[in-house]
Design a protein around this ligand. Sequence first.
Ligand SMILES: Nc1ncnc2c1ncn2[C@@H]1O[C@H](COP(=O)(O)OP(=O)(O)OP(=O)(O)O)[C@@H](O)[C@H]1O
Ligand SMILES: [Mg+2]
Length: 395
Amino acid sequence: MSDDEMDIDEVQTSEKVVFSSKEFEKGKKRIAADLPVTIGDNLPWVEKYRPNTLDDVTGHEDIITTIHKFVDTNRLPHLLFYGPPGTGKTSTILALARKIYGPTRIRQQVLELNASDDRGIEVVREQIKTFASTKQIFNTIAPAGSANSSLASFKLIILDEADAMTSTAQNALRRIMEKYTSNTRFCIIANYTHKLNPAVLSRCTRFRFSPLPPMALRKRIDHVVAQEGVKITPEAIDALVTLSKGDMRRSLNVLQACFASSTPLDEKGFSIPDGPKDTITEEAIYECIAAPQPSDIQTILASLLGEDISTAVRTMEQVRQMKGLALVDVLGEISVELGKLEVAPEVRVKWLEGLAEIEWRLGSGGAERIQAGAVVGVVRSGVELMERKQQPRSK
Ligand SMILES: Nc1ncnc2c1ncn2[C@@H]1O[C@H](COP(=O)(O)OP(=O)(O)OP(=O)(O)O)[C@@H](O)[C@H]1O
Ligand SMILES: [Mg+2]
């Protein structure tokens, strides 16, 4: 052992492990990977169908292949997983931990901290340092099914949602990551890398979890639909895939919400739990997400492009109020539809600039009704520009 300052654990005879840090004992962490299977039925589907193994993780084939290689060659670097929510970062590291340690040793060898924990310097000084600095002298039996006894002797520290850590804590982490590399691996998970210290970033091998492609979402949705016996139309699945925008968590939550509301009610208005379920339709999915339906967008667009300003404003308000749509969602869809039209570059620039400005104003708290008027103004001024170009002045 090269590092003299390193503490040494007692050999663990029972499964119950006691760590020396008082904070750690107090916290009594329970990691998600360790949830008892028996409560699976009451869990929300996102948890019930959280991938158990690396092969259950859909979509990120290249990342999973690389991670498999690291494990097979016994060379696991510090990892950084980053990307938008609901793309499988936490699930992947938990599945990897299960693969390396097996179900029994995972509690002993893995420290999982996430945003619900304190993320200040004390955590790094106390919990992380204490956990990292203790070392097993005897490499106890490798878990069943794991070929990797030497990888399993490493500890794994998972810092989920690490972008919420204070910068002082991140600074302190740099030294700890280097010092305890001989027995500990870190996996840092974040949505945004720009909130992480560059020196921490450079110590990790980075993997970007991009929004999941439609095929990957569909595969998992089909699996859940089959397992739960959900009745759903193919168009509804298409809508679910499109509206989830690469976020698997969102798609499963919406599916479960729609499934719950597909339970028919008796004459007193109570749901009949074991009764036959309604088929989930495309409209049900749109309603659940409160996303504008394509037909609503077409109504608004036709009015914006073809009718006079006051009628367009009225149509926009009527549709929005009737369907309870947020202007920002309508704006997003309108800009997609306008982008499909063949128009002169000046007109496109006018629309793009104008709509971007309105989106920014909405984000900073602008009133929806007034900004809805602004949308009409922007689209109409583009249309007028188009008309002026098409009819060059006579004379
Ligand atoms: N690639 C995937 N394959 C299968 N299921 C997935 C995948 N990504 C997400 N899921 C589903 O979505 C749920 C949430 O995924 P996970 O917690 O891994 O997301 P995350 O990337 O860590 O998101 P966040 O950044 O919000 O923490 C999982 O429980 C699982 O059911
Ligand atoms: Mg996560």
